[in-house]
Ligand binder design. Structure first.
Ligand code: GLN
Length: 190
């Protein structure tokens, strides 16, 4: 299985390491045409507005086509890019995941924190860094993990698209990446 990690900016290397640990072949995607070589893609954390600038119009369009057909997992800024609706401020999204997501939603005080949430029924460490919050999920969207007393959705899936508002690549727990690789292998066999 060849998994691309969008390597324009942000913490793509931690994803590379995690994917290799799990036995995937990794392609660091720096040019749009590399999208043609991979079975699935991770869009890492970073700064979503910077991603948009670096992608440019052509890169954005190519990525939009890709996420329509191939499994993609966005973490933090990557989740923001995949969304249909982005707030605070409004920003273009790839429209692959029917959610309303609010950037930098936790305010300065809890800018970054490690909290315990629940993924697939078990307690899971979650590293949040200037994290967005998923404020609404569409009917087709499945919630795979929640956090906090209000059970905010923090990992979601819609078809072959997955997103996390935290950074699973920064914890030792490999289950979130494993869930994405399972999704890719199911899609590739289908
Ligand atoms: N605050 C960033 C944004 O709005 C996301 C932060 C992250 O990816 N860790 O794009």
């Amino acid at each position: 299985m060849r998994i691309g990690v969008l390597a324009l900016q942000g913490d793509f290397d931690a994803h590379r390491k995690r994917l290799e640990e799990l036995g995937a072949e990794v392609v660091l995607v720096k040019k749009p045409e590399q999208l043609d070589e991979i079975d699935g893609l991770i869009i890492p954390g970073g700064e979503s507005s910077t991603f948009l600038k670096l992608l440019g119009e052509a890169g954005f369009e190519k990525l939009k086509q890709f996420v329509r057909v191939k499994p993609t997992f966005g973490t933090c800024a990557g989740a923001i890019l995949l969304a249909t609706d982005v707030e605070n401020p409004q920003q273009a999204g790839l429209g692959a995941l029917d959610i309303v997501i609010r950037r930098n939603a936790y305010g300065r005080q809890v800018d970054s924190s490690i909290r315990e949430g629940v993924f697939a029924g078990s307690p899971t460490e979650m590293v949040f860094i200037r994290a967005p919050k998923i404020e609404r999920v569409g009917r087709e969207v499945e919630v795979l993990a929640t956090e906090g007393k209000d059970k905010d959705p923090v990992v979601v899936r819609q078809g072959k698209i997955m997103a996390a508002t935290f950074h699973p690549e920064l914890s030792d727990d490999t289950r979130v990446h494993r869930a994405f690789l399972d999704l890719v292998s199911n899609e590739t066999q289908a």
